[in-house]
Design a protein around this ligand. Structure first.
Ligand code: KG4
Ligand code: ZN
Length: 355
C-alpha cells in the first residue's frame, strides 16, 4: 500500500483504532508513548460475532460485514466515553486495511476514512498481522527489535524476523492450514461447536498423556515452513477408529495440541538459531493457547531466550493492536491518501519501515 508523507503530525493526540477484518469488531484509543506503549492505551472495546456465526459452523462473510455496520459506531462512542474524550480530541484514525474478508474490511475502512476526513486528521491503513506482531508492545517490559515473531492466527502461521518496525522477513509460512484453522477444523470433526480452537484446548486439559500420539509435521527435514493439514487427517482416523467416548475425545485433543505445540517449539528454536535473535514474540489467536505459552516460556529459560506474549485479550483480534500499529506509523509521518482501499491479501514483507 502506498503511504504519503503526513501534512499535519498528530502531536501526541489519541489515535482511534478500528479492527473489522473478520468476526470481531474492535475499537481502541491510544496515545503513542514510545517508551511504554501500554501506558498510552486509553480504552478498548470489543464485540465478538461468535453467536451470529455459530449456527453455520464458521464465519459467513456477508453476515460479518452487516454486523460490523451495526456495531462499529456504538463501539466508537463507547470507547470515547470510556476514555473521557470527544471526536475532536482525536489526532488520527487507524483501521485494518487487510488481510481479511473484503466486505468486513470495507466497513472499517470507510468509517475510519469518513471520520478522519470529517475531523481533518490523518488516517492510516494497518496490516492486520503487523497489529498482531506489535501487540506484545502493549505489555510491561515491551520487546525491542531485533526479534523473531511466531504469528499464529486463524488465517496465518508464520515465523517472521523483525529487524525493526516495518522491517519484516518471513522465515517460514504454512503450506496449507494455518495453526488456528487446524485447531478449528480438528475440533469440528470431533463434533465440538464453533469456534473450535478454544474449545479443543479446554478439552485437551482433561486428556491423558501418551494415549495417542500424532506426528510433528515437517520437523524431520530442515526449514521453517509449517504444514498442519495431515495432522487433521490423523486425528480424523484416530477418532473414527475409536470408541468416541468423552475421555477419548479429550485424549485425542491433548495429543493433537501436543503435536502442534511441539512442532511450533521446534521451529521457533530453529528460527532463533538461524537469526541469532534472543527474543521471541508470540502473537495471534493461537498465542492464547496455555500449553503453547507454557512450553515456549520454559524453552526460553532453558535455551536463554526471552518469550514475550500479549495478554490473552490481545492475542485474538482487537482494536488496541490496530491503534498501536497505526499510531506508530502516524508518528513516523505516514498516512494514506483519501481513497478507501482495502487489501484482502497483503504481503507483510511489502510494508515500508517505520523510520
Ligand atoms: O487472531 P485471531 O483472533 O483471528 C485471526 O486473525 O484469524 O485468531 C483466531 C484463531 C482461531 O482459529 C481460534 O480457534 C484460535 O485463534 N484460538 C486458539 C485459542 N484461542 C483462539 N487456538 C488454540 N488455543 C486457544 N486457546
Ligand atoms: Zn487476527
Amino acid at each position: 500500500m502506498e503511504t504519503t508523507a503526513i501534512s499535519k503530525p498528530h502531536f501526541g493526540k489519541p489515535v482511534l483504532g478500528i479492527e473489522t477484518s473478520c468476526d470481531e469488531t474492535g475499537v481502541a484509543l491510544l496515545r503513542w508513548e514510545p517508551d511504554a506503549p501500554g501506558k498510552g492505551l486509553l480504552s478498548h472495546t470489543l464485540y465478538s460475532q461468535i453467536k451470529l456465526h455459530a449456527d453455520y459452523g464458521g464465519v459467513v462473510p456477508e453476515l460479518a460485514s452487516r454486523d460490523h455496520v451495526r456495531k462499529l459506531l456504538p463501539l466508537v462512542r463507547e470507547a470515547l466515553a470510556e476514555a473521557g474524550l470527544t471526536p475532536t480530541d482525536l489526532g488520527g484514525v487507524a483501521y485494518t486495511a487487510g488481510p481479511g474478508l473484503v466486505g468486513a474490511l470495507l466497513v472499517g475502512a470507510s468509517a475510519a476514512r469518513a471520520m478522519a476526513w470529517a475531523l481533518g486528521v490523518p488516517a492510516i491503513g494497518v496490516h492486520h498481522m503487523e497489529g498482531h506482531l506489535l501487540a506484545p508492545l502493549l505489555e510491561e517490559d515491551p520487546p525491542k527489535p531485533p526479534f523473531v515473531a511466531l504469528l499464529v492466527s486463524g488465517g496465518h502461521s508464520m515465523l517472521v524476523e523483525v529487524k525493526g518496525i516495518g522491517e519484516y522477513r518471513i522465515l517460514g509460512d504454512t503450506l496449507d492450514d494455518a495453526a488456528g484453522e487446524a485447531f478449528d477444523k480438528t475440533a469440528k470433526l470431533m463434533g465440538l461447536p464453533y469456534p473450535g480452537g478454544p474449545a479443543l484446548a479446554k478439552l485437551a486439559e482433561q486428556g491423558r498423556p501418551g494415549v495417542f500420539r500424532f506426528s510433528r509435521p515437517m520437523t524431520d527435514r530442515p526449514g521453517l515452513d509449517f504444514s498442519f493439514s495431515g495432522l487433521k487427517t490423523q486425528v480424523l482416523l484416530a477418532w473414527q477408529q475409536s470408541d468416541q467416548s468423552e475421555q477419548t475425545r479429550a485424549d485425542i485433543a491433548r495429543a493433537f495440541e501436543e503435536a502442534i505445540v511441539d512442532t511450533m517449539l521446534i521451529k521457533c528454536r530453529r528460527a532463533l538459531q538461524a537469526s541469532g535473535a534472543k527474543r521471541l514474540v508470540i502473537a495471534g489467536g493461537v498465542g492464547a493457547n496455555k500449553r503453547l505459552r507454557a512450553e515456549l516460556a520454559a524453552a526460553g529459560e532453558k535455551d536463554g531466550f526471552k518469550a514475550y506474549f500479549p495478554r490473552l485479550a490481545f492475542c485474538t483480534d482487537n482494536g488496541a493492536m490496530i491503534a498501536l500499529a497505526g499510531a506508530i506509523r502516524l508518528a513516523h509521518g505516514q498516512q494514506q491518501d483519501e481513497s478507501v482501499q482495502v487489501f484482502p491479501r497483503w504481503d507483510l514483507e511489502t510494508l515500508p519501515p517505520a523510520i
